[in-house]
Design a protein around this ligand. Structure first.
Ligand SMILES: NC(=O)c1ccc[n+]([C@@H]2O[C@H](COP(=O)([O-])OP(=O)(O)OC[C@H]3O[C@@H](n4cnc5c(N)ncnc54)[C@H](OP(=O)(O)O)[C@@H]3O)[C@@H](O)[C@H]2O)c1
Length: 341
């Protein structure tokens, strides 16, 4: 079998490394012939990690890694780019991707909303004709997953929704943005609030939906998972039993009876590929408030993995037929997602 696609992960950080591990593990399923990874800055302590990725079959490129090709030397071979650079890098590098002669498509993460068409898996979105795709942030994924789940996929049933995102201050392996207290985020939009609702609103607009949502954000002195407190008003006023049934049937979400984010994080470390959790949101089971038209509760947000399935679903749609993309995504989801935690 000849595997077709030559892909590049641009940026070997947190998301880039997770993505590389999934690409290496599921290479055949994703129809990938060659995996390139570009690391712009190589510090001495990055070398063993890059060697490990090389041993998995990744071709490292970049002028700072001794003996490797430069990105410009392999650019014309690349069919697809996963940009996994820090804030601002994806958008600034997009123009250079236009010059890649074989390029079929590319995606960028989180902050890079100007990069292309937004895409979140599970909402019936189609990016098969889009060249550039934006994968919204982890908290935007969780907010949309909560709305999709509680409304049973009928966004027109949502009367109003409010989210308070309790953010872990930074990735567990970093030490640049640790905070000592609870730090509030500025509301960037007078109606929507923080970027989470702003980004979710942009995704819903692509679906032709306008849902009255609002978000706020508080960063906490923790490095173990974000959590979101949601309060969603539904015209249909479902019973608690109906809400539980919706949660149990919804794809890409999970439930847990654990209330501590460090313990949920630990399950990802033990059982998730690369130590990550790939579910979009993890509902705190047995802790729902269902009263009249309003459903409130908590969900934990596996920030370092919950955008990966969207990233790969978009890649599959952009590069393969509808049926092949669907079949590969289902198999990938089956392998990566955990059920009850
Ligand atoms: N971490 C999460 O949980 C998460 C979740 C959803 C979305 N995202 C989004 O994914 C993207 C990547 O996030 P990440 O957590 O993977 O980022 P990261 O590990 O902090 O950095 C990613 C890459 O950006 C480059 N970089 C980092 N600091 C830099 C600096 N000071 N100057 C120049 N380049 C720098 C490096 O590229 P090289 O490797 O090429 O040197 C690094 O590997 C962001 O847009 C973020 O919003 C992150």
């Amino acid at each position: 079998m000849v595997l077709a696609m030559k892909v590049l992960v641009n940026g070997v950080g947190n998301i880039g490394t997770t993505l590389l591990q999934v690409l290496c593990t599921h290479r055949e399923l994703l129809d990938i012939g060659a995996i390139y990874a570009h690391k712009a800055t190589v510090r001495p302590w990055d070398v063993p990690q890059l060697e490990r990725l090389k041993n998995l079959g990744v071709i490292i490129v970049g002028s700072e890694f001794p003996g490797q090709a430069r990105l410009s030397e392999v650019a014309d071979r690349i069919d697809y780019v996963f940009d996994a650079g820090q804030s601002g890098l994806g958008v600034s590098r997009r123009e250079s991707y236009d010059g890649f002669r074989s390029l079929v498509g590319a995606s960028a993460q989180g902050t890079e909303s100007a990069f292309g068409t937004p895409y979140v898996v599970g909402l019936g979105m189609d990016v098969s004709t889009a060249r550039y795709v934006h994968i919204p942030s982890c908290n935007t994924h969780s907010a949309l997953a909560v709305l999709r789940t509680l409304s049973d996929g009928d966004f027109d049933d949502i009367v109003a929704a409010d989210f308070v995102v309790a953010r872990r201050c930074e990735d567990v392996g970093n030490h640049d943005r640790l905070v000592a207290g609870n730090v509030l985020a500025r509301h960037l939009d007078p109606v929507l609030g923080t970027h989470h609702a702003i980004d979710a609103d942009a995704v819903l607009a692509v679906l032709g939906k306008q849902v009255p949502i609002q978000s706020s954000d508080i960063t906490t002195p923790s490095q173990f998972l974000h959590a979101t407190r949601f309060s969603v008003q539904l015209a249909s006023a479902p019973t608690e039993e109906q809400v539980r049934d919706r949660i149990s049937r919804a794809p890409y979400v999970a439930t847990t009876q654990i209330f501590d984010s460090n313990k949920v994080f630990e399950i990802g470390r033990r059982f998730g590929l690369g130590g990550r959790l790939y579910n979009q949101a993890i509902f705190a089971d047995g802790n729902l408030l269902v009263k009249g038209h309003t459903v409130s509760g908590w969900a934990m947000v596996p920030q370092e993995g919950n955008t990966i399935l969207s990233t790969l679903a978009a890649y599959l749609q952009q590069t393969h037929s509808v049926d092949d993309a669907r079949a590969a995504l289902d198999e990938l989801a089956e392998s990566l997602l955990l059920g009850e935690l």
